[in-house]
Ligand binder design. Structure first.
Ligand code: TMP
Length: 208
């Protein structure tokens, strides 16, 4: 039987790293064989592309190049990691996926939805996440938390307005596809956030 594909999304500073580990543990406790991975990245080629995308060597990168690099990394990731794992009945838990492209390249950089959707179909065929958790905080809180970490990458250097558009695009997508994409209020204290996450994962497991 094919596995399930779960993704976690949100702007910078929403607490993705801590909470994705929590989700992994919930799935393992439920007896699932979990593959944890991330985008951009997850393969040797993908991690090299991640460096190109996040580093400052190519600060003036065109937005077309950025969009195509995201999908190039994704094509390799699907071919080498995600699809084989799903075919083997594993549960794939991915830190970001194509919702991030709609939010960052679409909302943030201003790409129309149509070219993103064309690339999505080209690269993924009919594959879409079964469940997506959108960790949501205001841009003020997110950037404040992210700013306390290391040197900002090429996206973290963007301005407040960029992240406002990214956040709004994520929220619009979640409202338009509410059965797949669940909004988690990540502005609350960690234990309250994890209560919401646990409820979401348990409800999903129950419907399996
Ligand atoms: P992170 O996964 O460490 O949060 O960083 C990845 C960065 O890449 C983040 O700023 C969002 C950005 N990104 C896009 O712009 N488009 C995408 O499709 C993906 C997967 C990530």
């Amino acid at each position: 039987m094919s596995g399930r594909f779960i993704t976690v999304e949100g702007i910078e500073g929403v607490g993705k790293t801590t909470n994705i580990e929590f989700i992994e543990q919930l799935l393992r406790d439920a007896g699932k064989d979990v593959v944890m991975t991330r985008e951009p990245g997850g393969t040797s080629l993908g991690e090299d592309v991640r460096e190109l995308l996040l580093g400052h060597k190519h600060d003036g990168m065109s937005r077309d190049a950025e969009l195509l690099l995201m999908f190039a990394a994704r094509a390799e990731h699907l071919d080498k990691v995600i699809q084989p794992a799903l075919d083997n009945g594993k549960w794939v838990l991915c830190d970001r996926f194509t919702d991030a492209t709609y939010a960052y390249q679409g909302g943030g950089r201003g790409f129309d939805t149509a070219p993103i959707a064309t690339l999505e179909t080209l690269v993924q065929d009919s594959l879409r996440p079964d469940l997506t958790l959108l960790l949501d905080v205001s841009v003020e809180i997110g950037l404040d938390r992210a700013g306390k970490r290391s040197e900002p990458d090429r996206f973290e250097k963007e301005k407040h307005d960029f992240f406002e558009r990214v956040r709004q695009t994520y929220l619009e997508r979640a409202h338009a596809d509410a059965s797949r994409m669940k909004i988690i209020d990540a502005s609350q204290p960690l234990d309250a956030v994890q209560v919401q996450i646990k409820e979401t994962i348990m409800a999903f497991l129950q419907n399996e």
